[in-house]
Ligand binder design. Sequence first.
Ligand SMILES: N[C@@H]1[C@@H](O)[C@H](O)[C@@H](COP(=O)(O)O)O[C@@H]1O
Length: 260
Amino acid sequence: MEVIIAPDHELATLVADAVERLLREESSPVLGLATGSSPLRVYDELARRHEQDKLSFAGARGFMLDEYVGLPISHPQCYRNVIDAEFVSRVDFGDAAVQGPNGAAEDLVAASAEYDHAIAEVGGIDLQILGIGTDGHIAFNEPGSSLCSRTRVKTLADQTRLDNARFFNGDVDQVPRHCLTQGLGTIREARHLMLIATGGNKAEAVHQMVEGPVSSMWPATVLQMHPHATILVDDAAASRLQLGDYYRQTYANKLDRQRL
Ligand SMILES: N[C@@H]1[C@@H](O)[C@H](O)[C@@H](COP(=O)(O)O)O[C@@H]1O
């Protein structure tokens, strides 16, 4: 696990650099896309590179992490619509190259299995972008999630519904109670995980994720067991890290041969 502490815009540049390298080096790159506010600067930077540097997503595929259950598919907060508006429509992915779990499916169990199958069929995800919830969830794997879980239906925690009420006119009653989410076991199979966290409200979750015991009570601790996980945090999100100075020194003295 590598921890990088830097200002917000630098974090976004680092993630965009990794995406760009993947797109230029791989013939059929597979990206894992996260919703939420944390990756927005990354998507802005990638859209800029597409526009100005001709960075192309035409040969790439994208898989979303999660989706609400119970929203009409035209609802602006359906993650499928959110990712389209914030990223996909701004670059040149091919038709149907980006998919998400089908939260509107009649058979949610079958839809979950189909989603894991679709990811496996393209050979897995090369680079997964992640955020983290204040309770330590990744995607929508709430505390208590099995570290081996696959894509499935989850019930959202009260804290997550409160956190996400800001996208529903501040009204927590409008936030769905259920979702489909890639499992922690599914996410762990991506070859490179890049998790972005900014702001003091993420500080405890970041501390637990990086320095706490691996536990389903803090689902993001599963990243400690991944061979290639990069944690990108600003000063505020890093404020409770016990080894913050060590991570800063390590990054400042990174050897040339150590790529992200
Ligand atoms: N399902 C999403 C997560 O994928 C995201 O990481 C989290 C944090 O969101 P934000 O980046 O807006 O803080 O929110 C939601 O619950």
